[in-house]
Ligand binder design. Sequence first.
Ligand code: PMP
Length: 407
Amino acid sequence: TDRLDITAIRLQFPILSRMVKGRPLIYLDNAATTQKPQAVIDAISQYYCGYNANIHRGIHTLAEEATAAYEDSRTALQEFIGAASADEIIFTRGTTEGINLVAYTWGRANIIAGDEIIISEMEHHSNIVPWQILCKEKGAELKVIPVMDNGELSMPAYLDLLTTRTKLVAVTQVSNALGTVNPVKEIIRAAHRAGALVLIDGAQSAVHLDINVQDMDCDFFAFSGHKLYGPTGIGVLYGKKELLNHMPVFHGGGEMIKEVTFAYTTYNELPYKYEAGTPNIADAIALKSAIDFIKKHGRNQIRQHEAALLSYATEQLEAIPGLTIIGNAKEKASVISFIIKGLHPQDIGILLDNQGIAVRTGHHCTQPLMKRFGIPGTVRASFAVYNTTEEIDALVAGLRKAIKMLS
Ligand code: PMP
């Protein structure tokens, strides 16, 4: 059923041929960041070797080429997430900056004392802390949708939390710690009925799911390039045009202005209004190569391959005595988190690393979620298009070895 040529795909990722501790690298930390195909690496080097220039204001050839490539990438990203207009694609440093942008601009202009913001118990710290800061500053209340034992959000509890004072619901589409895929369409519909806006944290979902922001009808959608085979330091904030147009500016500086005098400043149009200063041109351009890589292999085919890996890994891991998978949602992306009775996640991680296997251990920037499950952290394996069932076999063998050594 595997229609992708994984061997050929692996050859596109130079890092996958390196050794770690004398063993071939087995990279299962894709939810933290994915590896980069040669095309993405080449796009960065081609920019610096061939047409490095500052964008938008230059009239010389290099500036024109760089501007065209940067704006082409914006258009590719617009298509990638199904936005109505390229003006709705704001380049950011990543998900964290996108969420902070909304908290500092829309949030400061619209949240007043007594208002309510709803997040969930499974949020990454970057979708908790900015709202906490905002609520504290404004005297607003932060409410939290509880996570059930199976790692799904309690939808009845969510509906109960919505009130006429709810101004914003900010939730992740996919949990980085558990892999849970949340029913965002349902969440958004209910929020809109209550008169609230919705921000979706797409850090984990953009690489695994088909994203169409218009169909989803979210008001904001934030994601990071480095989690979808692109470079670090570049990401996107999508916002509905009428919202972005009316929000106050974020950073002040060059590019985001129309006219500056000492008495007043008028601001540029979208999307430049939110892109002050020289942006991360090289990585924005290379992000298009990452999108092209995903499109070339097909999102659905990648999804199928990852789903097969997830179900195989779940089956194999469940057979290990003392191992408990945390999060058994009906719908999961290719993230699998687990604990092993009597062993510390970090010790397991170190022993796996000795065998060349990279997993993540710890709280995964979701401390409240770990607290909810009464655990300090988990071992997390997360899969990408280039992973194989052989690598999962190696993980399982590595775990059995670690258990033997540690107990
Ligand atoms: N939200 C989720 C669900 C994440 O997994 C991450 C990255 N681990 C972030 C937000 C933050 O993304 P970034 O560090 O790229 O800004």
